[in-house]
Ligand binder design. Structure first.
Ligand code: HEC
Length: 162
């Protein structure tokens, strides 16, 4: 039998641990954005597309995350940061222009795939960020933009073939 006292003690220890967690510094994803490295430096990005990327993708795929208030509560903050870092490693629009052309084309393909499958933005994110949910028009807008961007990147190669 676990005594009431043991339960109380365990509760207190857990509470103490959660309080201690709050003091561990969390690195924030609020880095610099250099325009020459941004995706807009290598493909045309309309204002409309920019806006959709900003509200639906950039928290995890850029150098500037807008942190909600609860991100300051641990372990929520650590969990969020893990997603941000993972997303950024895969695709970062702020340094897209520094990727090799092959990688850029591959990432654009991945964007089309993710959007067609409805996998991005992550559902754990849209659950809270309702405004990040993409409607059918926004999905089409991003898919068409990705396709156009691929053609734009391949324009020199295409011209050579003709
Ligand atoms: C809440 C964070 C979050 C948001 C918002 C988000 N992503 Fe992601 N994204 C991730 C994570 C984490 C991964 C890597 C793990 C995975 O594939 O599930 C990822 C992976 C990807 C990949 C795969 C890259 C590759 O090469 O495999 C693409 C493409 C992508 N996201 C596009 C988008 C687009 C486009 C949006 C906006 C419409 C978006 N994401 C919004 C977190 C996010």
């Amino acid at each position: 039998m676990i005594s009431k006292k043991t339960i109380q003690r365990t509760g207190l220890i857990l509470m103490g641990l959660v309080i201690l967690l709050q003091f561990i510094p969390m690195s924030k994803n609020n880095g610099q954005v250099m325009i020459e490295q941004d995706i807009s430096a290598c493909v045309p990005v309309s204002e409309e597309v920019k806006q959709v990327l900003k509200t639906s993708c950039n928290d995890c795929h850029s150098n500037s995350t807008v942190y909600p208030w609860y991100s300051h509560i641990q372990p929520i903050g650590f969990w969020l940061n893990h997603h941000v870092n993972e997303g950024k490693d895969e695709l970062n629009f702020n340094v897209f222009a520094t990727y090799k052309k092959k990688r850029q084309l591959h990432k654009l393909d991945e964007i089309i795939e993710m959007l067609e499958a409805g996998e991005m933005p992550l559902s754990s994110y849209t659950l809270i960020h309702k405004n990040a949910t993409l409607n059918a028009q926004q999905v089409m807008l991003l898919i068409n933009w990705s396709k156009a961007s691929k053609q734009y990147l391949q324009r020199d190669t295409l011209a050579l073939v003709q």
